[in-house]
Design a protein around this ligand. Structure first.
Ligand SMILES: Nc1ncnc2c1ncn2[C@@H]1O[C@H](COP(=O)(O)OP(=O)(O)O)[C@@H](O)[C@H]1O
Ligand SMILES: [Mg+2]
Length: 357
């Protein structure tokens, strides 16, 4: 039996340290997970490769000191590029022939996909609950609202075009319109999305969105840069729904740059390790990415977990429904939304969508 081959073939990262904490084995999965080659890792102290506080270093040290196994299901590992990867971690002692602890083995499993799915599930539950509530109360408001609108329209007609009171009826109609739009959005969140999915060319959709947002961008001194991959395959999607998603994302990006900046719209075939290929039930499907990047205020760490929650907003006149609706629509398209943000530097929202075939 070729044990070396077994270790190399394992999907879990296996790291072995000797009794002093020096790395003696580093399999292929450990290379992939950490971004560090076996050649560069073996022979070095584990605590030089990671920080001394890193979970893997602490647990290996404990195992070396006590001869006992340790496990940490919710640990984090920093890669060479400084990315934090959620991992589950188990360590076990290796005993020498004389019964002393001769080393320790650490087994690390990348749990990013599982964590992502858990987040999705939680998000989905909040959305479903909010949606049910919203539908109930939107219906209650819709009827009286249309009576108000009817009455105001009659009033405006009675007053005639020259009355100075027309100013007030105009305000009433505008505001009723606003409430109506809010209700439509609430209903949208609550009812199942009926997709009319056809093969779509993403540029046409993005160009339409840019056209609709140009005015708002100009007002804030925001330049929109388009970086489309000309060989991008078509996606399977619902045109109006896709426009709705990108209108929201581009709108948020513009609103995040009150004193101007560059908004980049890019498309590409995804090479992402996590979402570049998704199994949608009938084998692996390639994904494309639409990236909406701004140089705006960014999202504070404390807000990051809540931006998809319905009604979460940091804007004075915000509704906090935009991202909730985007999430809903992208999910129905079997896609994924990913947000990366640095405060005061900007935000990048990546929308992964499966290609049509
Ligand atoms: N591009 C962005 N830059 C900074 N913050 C953002 C961005 N996109 C979303 N956010 C944050 O997420 C919140 C929710 O966004 P959204 O659901 O679209 O609602 P709204 O735009 O009505 O506030 C925003 O209030 C804002 O705090
Ligand atoms: Mg918004």
């Amino acid at each position: 039996m070729n044990y070396q081959g077994v270790l190399e073939g394992l999907p879990d990262a296996v790291i072995v340290a000797d009794s002093t904490g020096r790395v003696v084995l580093w399999n292929a999965a450990a290379e992939a997970l950490t971004g560090r080659s076996a050649r560069r890792a073996t022979g070095r102290m584990l605590k030089e490769l990671f920080s001394a506080h890193a979970a893997v270093v602490r647990r290996v040290d404990e195992t070396l000191a006590t001869g006992e196994s340790r496990s940490e299901p919710d640990a984090t590992l920093s890669t060479v590029e400084g990315r934090a990867v959620p991992v589950s971690l188990v360590t076990a002692p290796l005993f020498a022939a004389d019964g002393t602890v001769g080393g320790a083995v650490g087994v690390l499993r990348d749990v990013s996909r599982i964590r992502h799915l858990e987040d999705e599930l939680r998000r989905g539950e909040t959305l479903a609950a909010a949606g049910r509530m919203a539908v109930g109360f939107a219906h209650e408001i819709r009827n009286p609202l249309s009576s108000i609108r009817g009455a105001v329209q009659l009033l405006a007609r009675e007053l005639g075009p020259d009355s100075h009171l027309r100013e007030y009826t105009d305000v009433l109609l505008t505001e009723v319109g606003r409430v109506n739009r809010i209700i439509e959005m609430l209903l949208d969140l609550g009812r199942p999305v009926q997709l009319r999915a056809v093969p779509l060319n993403l540029y046409q959709i993005l160009d339409r969105v840019v056209l609709l947002c140009e005015e708002a961008a100009r007002e804030r001194g925001v330049t929109i840069v388009r970086r489309y991959d000309p060989s991008l395959p078509a996606i399977l999607g619902d045109e109006d729904r896709m426009v709705q998603v990108f209108l929201n994302l581009v709108g948020n990006a513009i609103e995040a740059m009150p004193s101007g900046g560059t908004l980049t719209l890019a498309t590409r075939v995804s090479l992402d390790p996590l979402f570049g290929k998704m199994d949608l039930g009938a084998g692996q499907r390639a994904m494309v990415e639409v990236v909406v990047a701004d140089e705006g205020v960014g999202i504070p760490a404390a807000a990051r977990a809540r931006i998809f929650d319905p009604f979460f907003t940091t804007k004075e006149r915000g509704l906090g429904l935009g991202l909730a609706i985007c999430h809903r629509i992208v999910e129905e398209h079997r896609g994924v939304l990913q947000v990366d943000s640095t405060e005061r530097r900007g935000t990048t929202v990546t929308c992964f969508l499966p290609v049509a075939r």
